[in-house]
Structure formats: structure tokens, C-alpha cells
Design a protein around this ligand. Structure first.
Ligand SMILES: [Zn+2]
Ligand SMILES: [Zn+2]
Length: 169
């Protein structure tokens, strides 16, 4: 499902520093149709991307559900089944004629909601390394991922190792 990873990448981009060209590339990577962000669209998508962080950084299942409900409320979603281009039946969250920001809002809010049903409230996370802007969809086997990358995990392991209280000699 496209929604959760698209949401994670947009939320991470907003935290790193929003950039229109990179945002369009992210949309293109996720095969969002007509991904160009003309006029005020980039600012509108940036604002949405900032809101997308909440479900990833939520501390527990209830607050994660609340955060996704808020997103669902502000996304105009008109779900329909589609079989275009020979695909198996799958869900489209928005009408094809909607502008790209409205479509992305519907795809990310609806996708996060369905994902969270299937994951039983888990598998969305924000990197634990202080100052790291990345959020992620946890596709690990045991669902225990805490860092965006091995690099961030190693950084924290080294730092813990170097805390003065634990140094010998
Ligand atoms: Zn489709
Ligand atoms: Zn990280």
C-alpha cells in the first residue's frame, strides 16, 4: 500500500527542510498521477506533511488512532474500487479529477488508517536518535524497529557506550 510510505517520506521531508522539487520526486516515486506542485500547492502539501508526523511519533495506540482520525477529518475521501491497467481490484481513496494535494491527503490519511487496522496500531515510528528528522513504516519481522537506519542506531549505541558514568579507569 502506497499511503503509509508516502506519508513517512513527506513527513520526513518536512522535518528535514521542505523542498518542492524533492516533494515532486517523492510523489513521482509513489506513482501519484500528475504530481506537479504549481502555485500554492507546494505550501499546501508542506502544511499537510507537517501534520502527517503525528501518527508516527504517537506514544501509544490510542493517540495514534486520534492522530489518524484528525487526518481523516480534513481529507476529502471518496473511496472507490478500481481495476485499471489490468491491476487486481484495489482501493482509490480520491477521485482522479481532484488536485494533487487533495489526492495525496486522501491517499495518506486513508492508507494510514487501513494500515493501522492491519498492524493493530503498531509499525509506524519516529527515529529515536535525537535530532533525526526521519519517520518510518516498520516492515521488520518482529516490528521492533526504533531507528530510521543502522547509522542512527550505531550512533546511539556508541554514545551510550561513551557516557562518562560507564567509562572505566
Ligand atoms: Zn490504481
Ligand atoms: Zn534516524
Amino acid at each position: 500500500m502506497v499511503g503509509p510510505t508516502l506519508a513517512a517520506e513527506l513527513a520526513s521531508l518536512a522535518a528535514r527542510g521542505w523542498d518542492t522539487d524533492t516533494a515532486v520526486a517523492v510523489l513521482r516515486d509513489h506513482r501519484v498521477r500528475r504530481p506537479q506542485l504549481a502555485g500554492s500547492m507546494s505550501a499546501r502539501l508542506h502544511e499537510w506533511a507537517l501534520q502527517l508526523r503525528a501518527p508516527f511519533s504517537a506514544m501509544d495506540v490510542d493517540s495514534r488512532c486520534d492522530a489518524i482520525n484528525l487526518l481523516l477529518e480534513s481529507a476529502t475521501s471518496r473511496p472507490s474500487l478500481s481495476t485499471h491497467d489490468g491491476h487486481k481490484p484495489h482501493l482509490h481513496f480520491a477521485a482522479d479529477g481532484d488536485d494533487v494535494v487533495d489526492r495525496v491527503k486522501a491517499i495518506t490519511a486513508g492508507g494510514l488508517a487501513i494500515f493501522t487496522v492491519e498492524s493493530e496500531g503498531g509499525r509506524l515510528g519516529a527515529c529515536l536518535r535525537e535530532g533525526c528528522p526521519e519517520v518510518f513504516v516498520d516492515t521488520s519481522r518482529n516490528g521492533g524497529r526504533r531507528y530510521c537506519s543502522a547509522r542512527c542506531g550505531n550512533h546511539d549505541a556508541v554514545r551510550r557506550h561513551r557516557t562518562p558514568g560507564r567509562r572505566r579507569g
